[in-house]
Design a protein around this ligand. Structure first.
Ligand code: ZN
Length: 292
């Protein structure tokens, strides 16, 4: 390869593997298999994946996946939303909006949310492996002065395909695409710091609520939420086992009412085994099932 070809290869225009359009050096990303994606097609992907990890067919599947999430948000969540919690309620930076009734959340982003070309990306609660606040300080301009606040927010790690799920809370499921940690940036300057602390604390508190990380409640005769779930599950299990024996004895006939009751008991068992997370798994499954 001559020097001219060499530079042409780096600086010259390339064809986008998805739309076939030409893209210059500044508006493309190299993907696996020596192909390129232009910035317009890039907009249809998650903000949280490194495209260079994927081949063209994988990214095509990913774009379909993103379209589906966008439809779940617009066609299932938005029309029937009862309550949602957002921290902060509006932001020019990032924040988190929780949809408990649908077992999902989204990351708000002031620079993307108002633009139609970005599909809304949803995450299921049962994909979250861990969450924690982060707080970065920068060296002061003058030596000897205190460090200055640089950036803060929450780091969310999803269950990746390589993680050891036996060491995690039961009932979690892997995210099909994201393995990178997700940094949700609430504040980037000192002026926003106080508010950031409040919002980040609220968001962490809400995650704690979802994952059942909470102290024993008052007036519960010393039982934690989990202990109550365990008790409910034990009762449900016994009832369901009884029903199964009865049904087997009577030759397999079972009423719709009984079926519903057994389902409910099975759910109670699920809830106890997953620390309550199964409630959100069912909600997310049913939201997903509404979109073909
Ligand atoms: Zn393109």
């Amino acid at each position: 390869m001559g020097l001219g070809d060499f530079f042409k290869n780096i600086f010259g225009k390339k064809t986008c593997a998805f739309c076939g359009g030409e893209c210059g050096m500044m508006s493309r990303t190299k993907i696996k298999g020596d192909e390129y994606i232009c910035s317009k097609c890039d907009d249809m992907c998650s903000n949280f994946i490194r495209k260079s990890r994927f081949t063209k067919p994988e990214l095509e599947g990913h774009m379909e996946y993103m379209k589906r999430l966008d439809r779940i948000y617009k066609e299932v969540i938005l029309p029937s939303i009862q309550k949602h919690e957002s921290y902060p309620s509006a932001t020019q930076r990032q924040g988190i909006e929780f949809f408990d009734d649908f077992g999902m959340f989204r990351i708000m982003d002031g620079s993307r949310d108002s633009k139609d070309r970005y599909p809304t990306e949803l995450f299921r609660y049962d994909q979250v492996a861990s969450y924690e606040p982060y707080y970065e300080e920068a060296e002061p301009e003058e030596a000897g002065k205190p460090k200055v606040f640089h950036e803060g927010g929450i780091i969310i790690r999803l269950v990746g395909s390589l993680d050891d799920t036996t060491k995690m809370q039961k009932g979690l499921r892997a995210h099909p695409y994201i393995t990178e940690e997700i940094k949700v940036c609430f504040a980037t300057n000192d002026r926003e710091k106080e508010n950031y602390l409040k919002y980040a604390e609220n968001a962490i508190h809400h995650f704690d609520y979802i994952f059942g990380v909470e102290s024993k409640a008052l007036f519960s005769f010393g039982m934690s939420k989990q202990e109550k779930r365990d008790l409910k599950a034990a009762v449900a299990f016994t009832k369901t086992a009884f029903d199964a024996v009865k049904v087997a004895k009577s030759g397999g006939e079972i009423s719709e009412e009984k079926k519903a009751e057994i389902m409910e008991n099975m759910h109670a068992i699920d809830d106890a085994q997953t620390g309550g997370l199964a409630v959100y798994t069912r909600a997310a499954d049913s939201a997903e099932a509404k979109i073909q």
